[in-house]
Design a protein around this ligand. Structure first.
Ligand SMILES: Nc1ncnc2c1ncn2[C@@H]1O[C@H](COP(=O)(O)OP(=O)(O)OP(=O)(O)O)[C@@H](O)[C@H]1O
Length: 257
């Protein structure tokens, strides 16, 4: 992204964003509510065009590429997609149908190669025992993992995850964090961008961080360099303290004593 801005009416959702992601990088985007995280991710998903500046995704410039050819190369997992999956569909069908870019049309005869790949992905995400269940009967955490398996089904070059741990309980969050950590450390995994609200949800193995505030970049670069109390305090507009325990992070409001 080069000098990217997104404007709606008189509001700047994003402005002056310069950012690039390499194929072997795993990025976390952090920022307060309304900072512009989802807007940034939708640009990367080729769902939105910038009002100003240039966005290149997988070597193609938005505005000059047929987005319908570009989107199958991108795995996108968001609450909006979750809401669109019919609860009456079998979990394996939800995953396997990604290869056909359909939702709610499961009557195709999937070939056994596709079914095999979907089964492998469900295994990797810890939902192999749920493949015959109806999507609507899964817990929130299981649904999230099924959607990540679906996003990986087409072997995308770019994986975008918008707040995958939102709404999960502690066990569900920890399980998801460790699955995403395994994915991050897999050299064959696609370039990955994860939006989250909480530093506790950063999976070990993620390499870079972009901090957003009010539609602008506060700081970006290697996770270890950028994730500091000072940068977090600037991004969230309050005095925050950051701790690191092993390869996990924790943040809280700074106390005076
Ligand atoms: N069509 C629109 N017109 C005006 N403002 C908009 C429009 N769409 C989004 N916004 C505003 O742009 C800002 C950024 O939205 P965005 O969803 O990208 O934030 P976010 O960082 O993902 O927030 P959250 O953490 O709450 O999900 C918000 O203040 C939102 O209200």
């Amino acid at each position: 992204m080069s000098e990217v801005g997104v404007r709606r009416g008189t509001t700047n959702l994003l402005s002056g964003v310069n950012w690039s992601v390499e194929l072997d990088e795993r990025w976390v985007i952090l920022g307060a509510n309304g900072a512009g995280k989802t807007t940034l991710l939708r640009l990367a998903a080729a769902e939105l065009h910038p009002s100003t500046g240039e966005v290149h995704v997988l070597g193609e410039r938005l505005g000059r590429v047929d987005v319908f050819e570009l989107r199958p190369r991108i795995g996108f997992c968001s609450a909006a997609l979750l809401a669109r999956v019919p609860g009456t569909e079998r979990v394996l069908d939800v995953v396997v149908s990604a290869g056909y870019a359909v939702l709610g049309r499961w009557r195709e005869d999937y070939d056994s190669l596709d079914t095999g790949r979907a089964t492998e992905l469900c295994k990797a995400l810890g939902i192999a025992h749920l493949t015959d269940r109806l999507f609507g009967t899964l817990s929130e955490g299981e649904r999230k993992r099924a959607l990540i398996a679906r996003a990986l089904m087409t072997d995308p070059e770019l994986l975008l995850l918008d707040e995958p741990a939102a709404g999960l309980d502690l066990g569900g969050r920890e399980d998801l964090v460790s699955r995403l950590s395994e994915l991050a450390r897999d050299p064959d995994a696609p370039a990955t961008i994860l939006v989250t609200h909480h530093v506790e949800e950063i999976p070990p193995g993620f390499t870079h961080l972009l901090l957003l505030s009010d539609g602008g970049v506060v700081a970006q670069g290697l996770l270890d360099d950028v994730l500091t109390s000072e940068n977090l305090s600037t991004a969230f507009g309050q005095d925050l303290e950051l701790d690191r325990l092993g390869d996990r992070y924790f943040a809280r409001r700074a106390t005076s004593d």
